[in-house]
Design a protein around this ligand. Structure first.
Ligand SMILES: [Zn+2]
Length: 269
């Protein structure tokens, strides 16, 4: 708590420049709320002290108008965090603060609705592309079909952004995450999701660009090809939108078809 009191005195959201910018607090707001996502291990139960510790920090951030994000893998952790958020919101209204959860692999529809009611968002990453096999071994194929339930999040009207969780889980190469969103497969080739929880190429790219700009409150600046928006120029080795209809080629989106570009520049369009 002392750290947050100091940080909120030292800086503010939006400080910095277009390249390096302060967006808010997270994703580990308090250690007692961190549910480590190792699917080789059983789900960890958070200590009873979680609620009190988290409430003090969230209340402080809401008072200071700092956007915040919280790492949360399991629905059980999300339920407890939302109990805290709803309580704080009654005392210090979030009022359009762009707060969000990271990950949410096993989130329920009920908790997606609670996030929507507090105007929050969900940032998803390709962690299941690496751990899908472990998850299926422990919880079964049926459970894995909505890990995370991205299509449901979109249907219920929650802002969704896509990413990689770099650099802890994998590299920041966006094509592995795009491959996972589109094919619904792990990097090992295991099919995790039914058709209705996969995205087409346009939808996946949208989450990765415009979708993610909501999370740093930069919808006016990033994510679209439009006058006044920032742009990163990437030189790719193949057309991302070209679908040959061949399964083996679709599967190569994340591997060797589109290599990570070797240079980029940021300019205003
Ligand atoms: Zn995390």
């Amino acid at each position: 708590m002392a750290d947050f009191e100091q940080w909120t005195q030292e800086t503010r959201p939006g400080a910095g420049d277009d390249f390096y910018r302060m967006n808010g607090a997270g994703e580990m707001l308090v250690y007692s709320a961190a549910d480590f996502e190792d699917f080789l291990e059983p789900r960890p139960d958070m200590a009873p002290v979680m609620e009190n510790e988290l409430k003090a920090v969230i209340r402080h951030l809401a008072e200071k108008r700092w956007p915040f994000r919280l790492h949360a893998t399991y629905d059980e952790t999300i339920t407890r965090a939302l109990n805290v958020y709803e309580e704080v919101n009654r005392e210090v209204p979030f009022e359009g603060l762009h707060w969000f959860f990271d990950h949410c692999e096993t989130i329920s529809d009920r908790n997606i609705e609670r996030i929507r009611a507090l105007d929050g968002g969900i940032a998803v990453q390709d962690r299941m592309a690496f751990q899908g096999e472990y998850f299926v071994n422990r919880y079964g194929e049926q459970q894995a079909q909505r890990t995370p339930p991205i299509r449901r999040m979109l249907e219920l009207g929650v802002p969704v952004g896509a990413g990689t969780d770099a650099t802890r889980v994998s590299s920041y190469n966006p094509f592995v995450a795009l491959y996972w969103l589109i094919t619904g497969k792990t990097v090992g080739g295991m099919a995790l999701y039914p058709e209705n929880n996969r995205l087409d190429r346009q939808e996946a790219l949208r989450l990765y660009t415009v979708g993610s700009s909501w999370f740093s409150s930069e919808e006016e600046k990033k994510g679209s090809i439009a006058p006044g928006q920032l742009a990163d120029l990437a030189v790719l080795s193949a057309d991302f939108f070209f679908d040959s209809g061949r399964r083996d080629q679709t599967d190569r989106i994340g591997t060797d078809d589109c290599r990570w570009p070797y240079c980029f520049r940021r300019r205003r369009i």
